[in-house]
Write a new protein. Structure first.
Length: 300
């Protein structure tokens, strides 16, 4: 892909990314934009077709990311050049949004020391989308059996990655520390994996699970380190506080500097009310998956 080809195909997305129920179309307008899309497609599985994008992400490098007049130097569609834009800048990136438009201009230089550029998606716009959908990014692992998923929640260093690494073949681990959760259209709760914070700080490149994959949540597991394995059911009042913490400390949510505490509190309360929740006490190498098989069987 070269810049001339990109400019000739402005009406056709250069890449499509699906996060749970949302589809994002990415358009590159310069070499930097092409590089961003190349890294995106190498690190995250992208889509080949999408019925209708929820957001159009226009990528171009600006000499001054805070100056909207610089947009005129690029071959942006006319309605984008005439729109009134507002800047959102945080530790991850800078984006420009225009009220009432499904378009984002992604311009910013980001600190490459934070890791692969695919982790610097226009998170502010994406967080706004999922909050409007009554969902949220959650700091928790996700594993499925028979397309029924359990959400694993623990404090940082509480054993999510270690526990999920022991999953037998009957289980499929979608994410060890990040998930997108939202209410289903008919009933229940749905979930999809998100880019892993573990991979962000790892020196080894790993392809992420498909963020387009969604599954039904049938329960939550609260992990706690202990000397022996023990699993017991907890009531919604006990489940809500750790779920609220997990809904509040997803790293990208924190770094994007978005205050979702009120929404996170409501979401945690609804999850605690709607989904059965278990406390799982486990040693470092405890045999737990037989107990979790029973939970999945109960949900059938």
């Amino acid at each position: 892909m070269n810049v001339q080809t990109v400019h000739a195909c402005v009406d056709q997305a250069n890449s499509l990314l699906r996060l749970g129920p949302f589809c994002y179309a990415f358009f590159a307008y310069d070499d930097w934009g092409v590089r961003i899309i190349s890294e995106l497609t190498q690190s995250l599985p992208t889509e080949t077709t999408c019925c209708a994008a929820d957001r159009n992400i226009h990528i171009c490098r600006l000499s001054n990311p805070n100056d909207p007049i610089a947009f005129r130097n690029f071959n942006l569609p006319g309605h984008l050049q005439q729109a009134k834009w507002f800047c959102q800048t945080n530790a991850i990136n800078t984006i420009w949004v225009s009220p009432g438009m499904p378009d984002v201009i992604w311009t910013a230089a980001v600190d490459d020391r934070l890791g692969s550029l695919c982790y610097h998606l226009p998170w502010n716009a994406m967080i706004e989308d999922i909050v409007d959908y009554n969902g949220l990014m959650i700091h928790g692992g996700l594993a499925i059996q028979d397309n029924r998923a359990l959400l694993f929640v623990a404090p940082p260093g509480g054993g999510k990655s270690t526990t999920l690494a022991t999953a037998p073949k009957k289980w499929r681990v979608l994410s060890d520390d990040a998930a997108l959760v939202w209410p289903g259209r008919s009933q229940g709760w749905m979930a999809s994996p998100l880019p892993s914070w573990t991979n962000l700080i790892s020196s080894q490149h790993q392809t992420q699970p498909a963020t387009s994959f969604s599954c039904q949540l049938v329960g939550t597991i609260l992990l706690r380190k202990a000397d022996t394995v023990k699993l017991w059911r907890v009531n919604p009042v006990q489940a809500a506080p750790p779920l609220f913490r997990a809904c509040s400390d997803y790293p990208m949510l924190v770094m994007a500097d978005v205050d979702c505490r009120r929404h996170a509190f409501k979401l945690a309360a609804h999850l605690a009310r709607d989904l059965p929740c278990w406390q799982l006490a486990l040693p470092l190498h405890g045999h737990i998956w037989g107990l979790l098989n029973d939970i999945i069987d109960e949900a059938l």
